[in-house]
Ligand binder design. Sequence first.
Ligand SMILES: C[S@@+](CC[C@H](N)C(=O)[O-])C[C@H]1O[C@@H](n2cnc3c(N)ncnc32)[C@H](O)[C@@H]1O
Length: 376
Amino acid sequence: MDCAYFDAGRCRSCTLMGVPHPQQLELKQGRTAQLLGAVPGLRWDEPFAGAEAGFRNRAKMVVGGTWRKPTLGILDAEGHGVDLRRCGVIDPAITDILPAIATFIRVARLHPYDVPTRRGELKHVLVTANPRGELMLRFVVRSQDGVDAIRADLPGLLQRLPQVLVVTANLLPQHIAALEGAQEVHLSGPATLDMPVGGLHLRLRPQGFFQTNTEVAAALYAQAAEWINEAAPASVWDLYCGVGGFALSAAAPGRQVLGVEISAEAVEGARAAASQAMLDGVRFRSGDATAFAQGSSADEQPELIVVNPPRRGLGERLASWLNECAASTVVYSSCNAESLAKDLERMPGWRPVRARVMDMFPQTDHFEVITLLRRA
Ligand SMILES: C[S@@+](CC[C@H](N)C(=O)[O-])C[C@H]1O[C@@H](n2cnc3c(N)ncnc32)[C@H](O)[C@@H]1O
């Protein structure tokens, strides 16, 4: 795909922009194979590629410029706004509403936060889209004044954009380079955005993590479900479960599934999805995955464990615990092949038998890779 912003040097986020998509997949596959090394008996499945444009279900737009002429995009090296509102990797359901958001900023006189002078109110606009084009809209502001200004003019915006179902404000008063703060103020609509993914109905709360690319997430969960059903375990843990995509995909009659996740917000969403789907065998708890695993006895440990950690990977303690645990199968889904390779080195008792690159982040050198591990 082509990108005018990339060509003009305004944005360099998509590091593989201009490289044909099949070649990007080859690069990602080659890099993973190189990192995992020559593993006897490892079968590679064909990489999964979804749409190469318009795939991002979430936009994180930094607000710059002035309230009369706001920019929605990123900041340049000097901290000034660069407008990227027609970014081609973002779902068009999101980019379509950005002009109306810019108008709203003018109407509500929301002063964009200016990093060099540390003045202003509105820092970011965060938008999430589901496959039906329904949206969750979040404004990251510095103070209650910002929240009040948004609340006052919100009815007009919602009349214009009925597809915006959930609206919140997030408070980030500090002068720090963070995307959002801890406090979320609900402004309109239900508490969650419904996220149909394949056959699942996940429920996203404003602060919970969700996979960036809904089409690829559906394929990822389907791949995991296929391997889990082949192994046919009676019990499954989904560590780092987020809003429950793997856990809910693993559900089967007579099977006990438990998801563990640090974010209480995400766990609430996961529980709501399990209850809506009437999946009594799927439960969730919030807490640290490593502490939970280390606190379990061999009797409590399941037959199969799914792990899907953040970029940093499992780390020494959880990898060593997995090496010794009672499970007979592990499904490890990773967004960082380097930390995956490092974790596998720490788990010599396991051997990858299947692996598949899932192109979650086209146009960049990032990707997801899912592996099936059996006892060595
Ligand atoms: C890559 S995401 C995976 C989410 C989920 N599996 C999915 O498909 O949406 C990693 C998740 O790990 C959670 N997390 C981070 N640190 C954790 C920890 N120490 N213990 C448990 N969960 C943690 C994050 O909140 C995030 O939801």
